[in-house]
Structures are given as structure tokens and as C-alpha cells.
Design a protein around this ligand. Sequence first.
Ligand code: NAD
Ligand code: GLY
Length: 360
Amino acid sequence: MITVDVQVREAPYKIYLGEGILDRLAEEISAQNPSSVLVVTNVTVGVLYAKKVCEISSKICRTEVVYLPDGERYKSWAAFSEILEALAQMKADRHSLVIALGGGVVGDMAGFAAAIYMRGIDFIQVPTTLLALVDSSVGGKTGMNMRAGKNLLGAFHQPKAVIADTAFLTTLPRREVSAGLAEIIKHGLLADAKYFDEIEREIDKLTALDHEVVARVVARSCQIKAAVVSRDAKEKGERAKLNLGHTFGHAIEKLAGYGTWLHGEAVACGLVLAARASQKLGKISSSDVQRIIALVKRAGLPTEIPGISLSKAIEAMKSDKKSSGGVIRFVLLNAIGEAYVDELPESILEEVLLEGGFVK
Ligand code: NAD
Ligand code: GLY
């Protein structure tokens, strides 16, 4: 098992990483000395893993479980209120603990419920998708979608620990593995050119879930995210770079209908759009763009999603959290391995969207 420190000032914590390390959860629950535990999961993950997690937890204190419906379209008020009602029903108090067992959807919603129940209780992340292992379980962004846009509601609420057990990946569908690879490629692109080279070299082993390569890459991605979050937990500046591909991606998810394209798939298209825009600004070369497109394809991810209205996409991006006064701020590339945040001239934005399959 290896550990990665997330050094957020108000509440530092550790990511415990390895294959078959779920039992570590017992120590982390005990360390919180909770009055009770609510395990939040969904109907798919719960069938596979809730029993084991409840066994671990119920040896320490009273434990209940709530099963949410599965899918991005349930990252909504109706499903969210089920978590709050479950907490109230079991008479959870300020010393109760939430365990988020699932992918990014469960993690974001369980974390948000923990952030607001009784003005905030503790929670532990137990990520079960590749995407959640390398990205969403780390950094304390919690929340859910509104009709107006992705993740518009939420809170920064850091977990007490992340138990990142790669053994969960054995049951993960292929398409979800690829979705996780989008965030891994993102980490290389925004922060570390050598890491991008490594992902390129190892992409076939990654898609095949080779144990040794997965362990190395999950650790490196967690280190990259942890370092950024440690410097800027509340996204006052640098953390915005972690949203590379996301301004485009969130618009795609919303306009295609939540769940039509997986978050990672939409982000993958967003990475390609951001790369094309960066090329048009003279920051990266066309061969860089071709490298990025080739890697996204080899990861089993789409490079464009045809048929989405260009004007609606621009409208949707104006309500992105990084926008201010209707001006959209994009994460762009100075080079492979170096991101920055800036506006994009409308002419370039329209050009890249049209090249990416959006329609007038
Ligand atoms: P997800 O949570 O919907 O999980 C994907 C699918 O895999 C679901 O059907 C789930 O039931 C299933 N699943 C999960 N673990 C499994 C396992 N081990 N075996 C079999 N099936 C399993 O999707 P995701 O890709 O994990 O997360 C996407 C969400 O994460 C989006 O809502 C996105 O906004 C959010 N996100 C948040 C952050 C953050 O910093 N908070 C960062 C990135 C993404
Ligand atoms: N996924 C972007 C962030 O965590 O800041």
C-alpha cells in the first residue's frame, strides 16, 4: 500500500492506495470514532460491495446503507434527498460518518450530503471507478447537477480519508475504464509532459488493466491532483486548471442529456477541443494535437460528438462556474504538460466547435 498526502490547510488527509486494501477502512473509521455510519452507494455497486463495507463498519459502530439509483441523471435533488432522509431516519448526529462507496456520482452526492447535514459531518471516500480513484474522490469538490448545468450546486468538503482499492476495477465495465482514462490523460496534459509520454507508452496495458501499470498511474494521477489541491483547495486560481476539457465537456453532457455520454467521454472530446483551440492560438503544434487525438482514440474514447447545437453550447458554457459576467474562461495548453486559463476569441471558439462536430 502506498499513501499520498493531501495537504489542505484546514483538514489534511491521506489517500491509501493499493490492490486489496479495503480492510484499511476499519482503521480510518475507528480514527473518527463515529456514533454511527451511513454507507451511501448505488444499486449497481451496492450489490457487489456494500456487504463487505458494512461488515467492516458494523464491527465498529451501528451502520446503515442507502442505495441510490444508478446514473448521472440521478445526480439530482430527488436522489440527493434520499441520502439526507436516510441520515435523519437513522438519527445520525454530528458525530456520524458517511462512507461514499461508488464512482464519482455517488462520491459527489454523498460528500455534499455530509457537507450540509447538521452543518457538516465527516465522510470517507471509497472510490470504485477508475475515474473516481484518480480524480473525483480527491480534493473535496462535492455536489450535484441542476437543470441549468453540471455541478452547479455543491460545497468544498474534504473527506477524512480516501481508500483507493484498485481491486474494485475488476468488475468495472470497459466503457467506464475508458472514461477514467480521460481524466488520466487530462492530468498528463495539464501538469506533466513526461507523464503524458508514459500514458502514451502504456495505453494498451492501461486499457487492459495491467495491475502494475494501473497502480503506477493511479498513484501518479493522485499525486498530481493532491499537489494542486494542496496549493489551492478552493479554486482561487491554479485548481481551475484541473478543469481542462470540462467547460466543453459539461456543455456536451448537459445538451446531449445527462448520461447519454459518460462524463469521461465528454471530457475526452473537451480535451481535443481545448487542444485545437490552443493550436489556433499558436501555443501548441498540429503534431501535438494529432498526438492528443491519437491517444484519446487509443484509450477507447470519442474525439468528437456530432450534432450538438453550437449556439446552445456557447450558451451552456456561459453558465459554467469559471465564467464571469457571461465571459467564458477556458483551460488551454501552452504545451503538452502545461495548462493556463484564459478567454477564447469567439471566432476561434466557433471554429473549433464546428471542427468538433457541433452544428450551426
Ligand atoms: P459513475 O459514478 O456514474 O460510475 C460509473 C458507472 O460504473 C455507474 O454505472 C456505476 O454504478 C458503475 N460502477 C462503479 N463502480 C463499479 C465497479 N467497481 N464495478 C462495476 N460497476 C461499477 O461515474 P464516474 O465516471 O465514476 O464519475 C463521474 C462523475 O464524477 C460525474 O458526475 C462528474 O461530474 C464527477 N466528477 C467529480 C469530480 C470531483 O472533483 N468531485 C472530478 C471528476 C468527476
Ligand atoms: N475535477 C476538477 C477539480 O477537482 O478541481
